[in-house]
Design a protein around this ligand. Structure first.
Ligand SMILES: C[S@@+](CC[C@H](N)C(=O)[O-])C[C@H]1O[C@@H](n2cnc3c(N)ncnc32)[C@H](O)[C@@H]1O
Length: 252
């Protein structure tokens, strides 16, 4: 669903997300589990390009892809403004890419959770696997469906001031245990004394369990090496961790 305000305010809504720390963790896990310094990186689901910028500053080159043209437009603009010459941004699915091989593939901030069906998850994992060098590493995060079903997300409200305007964001979740998914409705209002504009953006998050993710990796020829709570790479993920980071390796 397209909604302009969600895109316009994406970087403001997620301004507290520590992209730089996440990229440092990704690169250190890439070094630890992969074939060496991750020189050529494939980033899947780049969004507005916040991980992309940090990755490009630390790697040889980055191919960043996303299926949403509004996102790739924002990412391209950001890369241009930052004058980063070692990044290409494309509106594509991983399955549609040429068979160039990468040392490291990255899909951060719930990209996998956007995938709704088991056959699509497997196709995605196979797409990643076939674009990795043997021994190459895939690092991604996901909601942990087990934790989300035990303790489903709750309504959130965030208020921000920007250029004299008040931006009000209300995130309303609706979890279906039958369908194992949570629909997040981002209700956005901009006011300045009176209502100036409002919009709604809906994201459906699939509640994949770590077991389902592990199975799809295996079927795609990727070996799950490690899983940890997000931003705590030294700890082993448990059923209670809401967001999990996975490290998988392309088999030789
Ligand atoms: C929450 S955003 C995260 C964006 C960015 N990685 C960040 O951290 O800000 C998830 C992104 O994944 C993209 N996406 C979802 N499914 C995808 C797929 N199969 N292939 C590529 N991108 C996908 C969405 O369009 C969206 O931009």
């Amino acid at each position: 669903m397209s909604s302009r305000l969600f895109y316009d305010f994406y970087d403001i809504f997620f301004q507290d997300k520590n992209y730089s720390a996440e990229v440092d963790i990704i690169l250190s896990l890439g070094k630890k589990f992969g074939p060496g310094f991750p020189g050529h990186i494939l980033e899947i689901g780049c969004g507005t390009g916040n991980h992309t910028v940090e990755l490009a500053r630390k790697a040889v080159d980055v191919l960043a892809i996303d299926i949403d043209p509004s996102m790739t437009a924002l990412a391209k603009n950001k890369i241009k403004q930052k004058k980063l010459k070692n990044v290409i941004v494309l509106e594509k699915k991983v399955e549609q890419l040429d068979l160039k091989k990468f040392d490291l593939a990255v899909a951060m901030f719930n990209v996998v959770t956007y995938i709704q069906h088991t056959n699509e998850l497997l196709s995605f994992m196979k797409g990643v696997s076939s674009r990795l060098e043997p021994g190459g590493v895939f690092i991604f995060d996901s909601w942990n469906g087990v934790a989300a079903m035990k303790d489903p997300p709750k309504k959130k409200q965030i208020h921000m001031k920007r250029k004299g305007e008040l931006i009000e964001l209300e995130i309303i979740p609706r979890t279906s245990f039958i369908n194992k998914k949570t629909k997040l409705s981002y209700n956005i209002k901009v006011t300045k004394g009176k209502l100036i504009k409002e919009d709604k953006f809906i994201i459906s998050q699939k509640l994949w369990t770590p077991l389902q993710i592990g199975r799809s990796l295996k079927q795609a020829g990727l070996e799950l090496l490690w899983s940890s709570p997000l931003l705590r790479p030294e700890q082993k993920a448990t059923e209670k961790d809401w967001k999990i980071m996975f490290v998988a390796k392309k088999l030789f």
